[in-house]
Design a protein around this ligand. Sequence first.
Ligand code: SF4
Length: 292
Amino acid sequence: MEWLRTEYGRRCEEPERTRVNHTGIEWTEETWNIVRGCLMVSPGCENCYAMRFAHRLSGPGKPYEGLTRMTEHGPKWNGEVRLVPEKLEEPLRWRKPRRVFVNSMSDLLHEKVPDDFIARAFDVMRRASWHDFQILTKRADRIPDLDRFVEWPENVWMGVSVENEEVLLDRVDHLRRSGAQIKWLSVEPLLGPLPSSLDLTGIDWVVVGGESGSRARPMAPDWAQGVRDRCVEQGVPFFFKQWGNFGPDGVRRRGKKANGRELAGRIWDDYPEALPRAATRAHEAQFLPVIS
Ligand code: SF4
């Protein structure tokens, strides 16, 4: 990967056509789903994409069988969680370095995921040192506890989702208290303004996005710009992911692509300053044994 230093962090300069992106998610390139199933915990979960997607794959013999239920408001998780240990070693087989989103279809820190399974996942992440692993949780109270049984590798980015002011302080404080080397916030879907006093001390990266899908809720431009302003003031790399189905003009459009990714006249695509050395890690990957 080629990186260009920018005013606030780094931007990937590798041409789009040579990049791996097996996901529709702008800030990552791969997903690694080692846990299936979840339960809604806060307003940001209301239109959980994973929940709707899982329901489509919940028929007999399908991967998400028995993990969702249909309600008058559409499909919902039923609280069951299934571990997928056979996928644990997958990243060791991916030789090209990439950013890997850990559990796009669940929450690694769900209460029903045992400590020893999380420890095994961290061991794989440490060994697959040529990738960057992006963990995101809404169960931030479990983050400080990880310090008991994991050593935080430099290629693990620990993040919390923040959708409004109500959940902000608790989640960010828990994240700050952890030993993670790269800490980040996914402010998506942004459902209200965050305070102008937002303190980003100890935070290495912030992603902001609006909601997509048929039940999407709008994001006001000044909410997103407010977070961007706090990042610029405090020198924190900022990534604007998407407007979602509502554009900056408040009009709902058919797809999120129609609204684009510009915020205040430009694309914001910065990544954490403290990125590990991808070139070195790519070199290490060449000498790996093939794992079948
Ligand atoms: S925590 Fe994440 S995966 Fe779980 S319901 Fe909420 S949005 Fe969906």
